[in-house]
Design a protein around this ligand. Sequence first.
Ligand SMILES: Nc1ncnc2c1ncn2[C@@H]1O[C@H](COP(=O)(O)OP(=O)(O)O)[C@@H](O)[C@H]1O
Ligand SMILES: [Mg+2]
Length: 270
Amino acid sequence: MSAEPLVVQDVSKVFTSRRRGPDGRRLKVHAVDGVSFEIAPGAAVGLVGASGSGKSTVAGMVTAALRPTSGSVRFGDVDVTALRGDALRRYHGDVQMVFQDPYGALNPLHTVRYTLSRPLENLLGLDARQADDRVRELLDTVGLTPPEQFAPKLPHQLSGGQRQRVVIARALACEPGLIVADEPVSMLDVSLRAGVLRLLARLRQERGLSLLYITHDLLSARVVTDEILVLSEGKVVERGVTKDVLQNPSHPYTERLLDAVPNPYAGAET
Ligand SMILES: Nc1ncnc2c1ncn2[C@@H]1O[C@H](COP(=O)(O)OP(=O)(O)O)[C@@H](O)[C@H]1O
Ligand SMILES: [Mg+2]
């Protein structure tokens, strides 16, 4: 799969809550309100905002897990909001998610080899031998070397950072054009974060895949993205080249996100 342009145009998402307001009607939550952006093939865009700003809802609409209330999402020629059946399954191979929690993303009873070879056999139709070779390559690519040491391991025998590398390897197994990484390092030990982010940055460069990197941590966006959008209460309040926005934030909300913590990623920027 080669990367295609992702075009998100004026998407909004209104959730109807179970709770009722004083007038007895169900409350509506405007989670995302008129968001537009594009990711060119091979580009990396960051979506940054505080908790509850609508980031995961945007991710859900991009990955076709959620249907926008209005607006459109296109990936190349594909109208993502209208996908069904086989076309939806194909799209779920082209666009892969990496979530915050690598512990929850992996089946505790499956070895690394099994986790990675399943999509290769089921989706790409490789035989066991071919899948085994490919598992070795994938482990090598994500820095779990030597591969034969990691392939037989179970998730609990790995560190959080190693588990997230397995999740990234699984995402790569289907040769996606776009990876959507929703807070991929937030649950990892601070000392492991830069390594996993540098891995995402390198994969993007080497494989020419596109990346939507979602975070509440503005500084981490510097490691992986060229461009960022700052989201507040479902709306884009600032956007631009990552370096420029970080150096010279024009919105007070962006300044607040950039609080005075020391930069744990110093030296990791690409
Ligand atoms: N399925 C849902 N039903 C109702 N409200 C939701 C649902 N999912 C998210 N929300 C609300 O939408 C807003 C944005 O949530 P989310 O996209 O998860 O934010 P973020 O990922 O930036 O933390 C929040 O107010 C959240 O409570
Ligand atoms: Mg979220």
